[in-house]
Design a protein around this ligand. Structure first.
Ligand SMILES: [Zn+2]
Length: 67
């Protein structure tokens, strides 16, 4: 399940509904533009909060923070 978020706290993996890319907030890079994703309203977290769930929901790894 993907749940809309309005902050970056309390979870690890952030999905961008617009790009269908997900980010690891524990390894966030400037180019991830995490704040913009959240402010734009396109940010989601995953339940459960792991890579497998993000992939299952059709999101792809971010090349900046998930190498
Ligand atoms: Zn990223």
């Amino acid at each position: 399940m993907a749940i809309n978020v309005n902050s970056r706290f309390g979870f690890r993996f952030l999905g961008d509904l617009k790009s269908k890319i997900y980010h690891d907030l524990y390894n966030e890079k400037h180019d991830c533009k995490v704040n913009q994703i959240i402010i734009s309203g396109n940010g989601v977290r995953f339940e459960p909060d792991n890579e497998e769930q993000a992939e299952k929901e059709g999101f792809s790894k971010c090349s900046n923070c998930m190498n």
